[in-house]
Design a protein around this ligand. Structure first.
Ligand code: ATP
Ligand code: LTN
Length: 331
């Protein structure tokens, strides 16, 4: 083991990986991976809080892991794996359930959003979802969790649970910090720029999939909702234009101020075309790697099998400590 700090993060295999997921999470994973010991999971246990088609889920899990690698995650230096392959996640989640209050979980905005969207299936898993996420993070003594801003509340809960548990049993868990990007913390839907770009949006024009081809990307940006002012500026109320400027800035790694200057005096048509082009160029190498990796299933299989073994070993150390503290008889 080296003395680098640890990162854990994950994306649930629902819908398809969007530009929001990429700019809010994945791109930062890639940027941070050399400076940390990283553990990246396809969090398939989380995904069944909403009904999934089994055949599609299996395929999507593979596609997601392949896209992590295609984005530039080094699956040999880091650990990549499927959450369901490491039972310690479910085991620790049970324990942490007993250290989490109903009141805390009822305040989670994601629970409120999802239960209004899936009113016919408000299951207990949807309610305790954040506890499983806390288990994911705390199992690996994680220092840093790179996520979009929508996960901030869940992350704070994970910290509270860790502090509570440590308060009873001594220093068992590292209390993690979030890593939330500035420009891309919350990429908005292209069709409704007051709500977040979401990978399970039934309107495909609302999101860019990172596997969308150039024509589709151009078309979706062309249709993006803006406003009738015709002025390219970043300010309160200009949701659509702000979103395009945020996307452009995150993709080109420059400040929003610089992007605003770059576009001064131009029209929305030009802005949309330039944003689309920047996104196409950003995604091109990733899409090429994806096509190659899809032909190399054995390699991917090896990475996630070894990944799960390495993750399980690290997780078992924390879980053993937790069980001892609770008073369970040694196995
Ligand atoms: P769903 O629509 O199924 O709820 P989602 O698009 O919200 O999915 P998640 O799997 O919940 O995606 O999120 C994966 C990661 O991507 C998290 O770190 C989350 O914060 C980040 N993320 C999701 N949507 C956005 C967005 N619009 N902008 C920035 N980051 C995002
Ligand atoms: N809840 C997260 C996905 C997730 C996660 C995690 C992110 C599950 N476990 C651990 C970071 C760390 C979401 O984006 N909906």
């Amino acid at each position: 083991m080296n003395d680098k700090k640890t990162i854990f993060s994950g994306i649930q295999p629902t819908g398809c990986i969007t530009l929001g997921n990429y700019l809010g999470a994945l791109k930062n994973w890639v940027n941070l991976q050399n400076d940390y010991n990283c553990i990246f999971s396809v969090v398939d246990l989380h995904s069944i809080t909403v009904r999934q088609d089994s055949a599609q889920l299996r395929k999507r899990c593979m596609d997601f892991l392949t896209q992590y690698l295609a984005c530039g995650i080094d699956g040999e230096e880091n650990i990549v794996f499927f959450q369901s392959h490491v039972p310690a996640h479910s085991e620790l989640a049970w324990v942490l359930n007993c250290f989490t209050y109903m009141g805390e979980l009822s305040r989670m905005t994601q629970f409120k959003d999802k239960s209004s969207k899936h009113a016919d299936n408000i299951n207990a898993g949807l309610f305790t979802y954040p506890v499983l996420m806390a288990a994911d993070i705390l199992l690996y003594q994680t220092d840093l969790v790179p996520v979009g801003i929508d996960q901030k509340q869940h992350l704070e809960l994970a910290r509270d649970i860790a502090i509570r548990f440590n308060g009873v049993f001594g220093d068992v868990f590292k209390v993690p910090e979030g890593y939330i990007p500035k420009e891309a913390a919350r990429i908005m839907s292209l069709q409704d720029p007051t709500s977040k770009m979401s990978k399970s949006d039934p309107n495909v024009n609302g999101f860019i999939s990172i596997l969308d081809d150039p024509d589709t990307i151009r078309r979706k940006f062309k249709r993006a909702v803006t406003d009738s002012e015709g002025e390219i500026a970043f300010r309160e109320g200009k949701h659509g234009v702000n979103n395009l400027l945020n996307i452009y800035s995150a993709v080109t790694n420059q400040s929003v101020e610089k992007s605003v200057n770059e576009f001064s005096g131009l029209g929305y048509g030009e802005l949309k075309e330039r944003v689309a082009q920047a996104v196409i160029e950003e995604l091109r190498p990733m899409q090429e790697r994806y096509a190659d990796l899809c032909k190399n299933k054995d390699y991917i299989n090896k990475l996630y099998t070894e990944g799960a073994q390495r993750a399980a070993y690290l997780a078992s150390k924390t879980l053993r400590k937790v069980h001892r503290k609770l008073g369970y008889v040694d196995r």
